[in-house]
Write a protein that binds this ligand. Structure first.
Ligand code: HEC
Length: 214
């Protein structure tokens, strides 16, 4: 009887550790996937920033070289974009939308920093989840608006929508993401939503926070 009991207890211990490590993996994977999705959005947003670049701004081309936008050429921003990045801007817009929606539900409580060390999400995500979710939905709306503007080939609205999208990323990060010192160099623009060309839209959002969804 004791022997059987030992086997039972042994099996239970083995099973529960397997189970625990599985759960451990799952949490870590969720954090990894959401960070990778965010990185992928950032790459695309940085490319889209070509569309709102002011003369003198620099953009990084598909081969990694830095190009300074000049005010000499009379090229359309979409044309400049295609030449520099060798792809279509519209594609980036669609992919950002897909990435955003893919990791929309990747923020359960057991993936907070108390449980997964590698996350840079602030505890605030789980303290005021309604605000986090509202900001997330803002970004989804902003990205849908951008895709509509591309479809309509509406140059002015494309510019506004790129800015609103960038601002929606930045606004969430300001409250819900820890800035680590080693990230600071890269923090300057898209992650904080601070593209030079977007200041007027930033004012608009400050005065009316729902403008970001319009
Ligand atoms: C509603 C909030 C929210 C929105 C909207 C949002 N992010 Fe994030 N982002 C976060 C949080 C929180 C983290 C930290 C995630 C973690 O470490 O687990 C993060 C992390 C990142 C990172 C760092 C990823 C890494 O490797 O650690 C980048 C880059 C990023 N976001 C880019 C973007 C871009 C670009 C957009 C807009 C298209 C965007 N984010 C929209 C909340 C948001």
């Amino acid at each position: 009887m004791k022997f059987i009991l030992n086997i039972l207890i042994g099996t239970f211990i083995i099973l529960s550790t397997v189970n625990a490590s599985y759960a451990e993996d799952e949490k870590q994977t969720m954090v990894d996937v959401r960070q990778q999705a965010m990185q992928a959005m950032w790459t695309r947003l940085e490319r889209l920033a070509t569309l709102i670049a002011l003369p003198g701004d620099s953009v990084t081309s598909s081969d990694g070289s830095t190009i300074i936008i000049s005010n000499q050429n009379n090229m359309e921003p979409l044309e400049t974009y295609s030449l520099i990045h060798a792809r279509e801007a519209e594609q980036d817009g669609l992919e950002i939308y897909n990435l955003l929606t893919q990791v929309e539900n990747f923020w359960p409580r057991h993936t907070s920093v108390a449980n997964v060390k590698s996350t840079n999400a602030e505890r605030l995500v789980w303290i005021i989840p309604e605000a986090f979710n509202r900001y997330y939905t803002d970004a989804v709306y902003a990205s849908q608006n951008l895709n509509t503007a591309f479809k309509d080939k509406d140059a002015e609205n494309i510019k506004r929508s790129v800015c609103m999208l960038a601002l929606s990323c930045g606004r969430c990060h300001a409250g819900f993401r820890k800035v680590r010192f080693d990230n600071l160099r890269k923090e300057g623009r898209g992650w904080t939503g601070n593209y030079n060309a977007c200041w007027s839209y930033k004012n608009e959002v400050t005065l009316n926070s729902t403008a970001i969804r319009e």
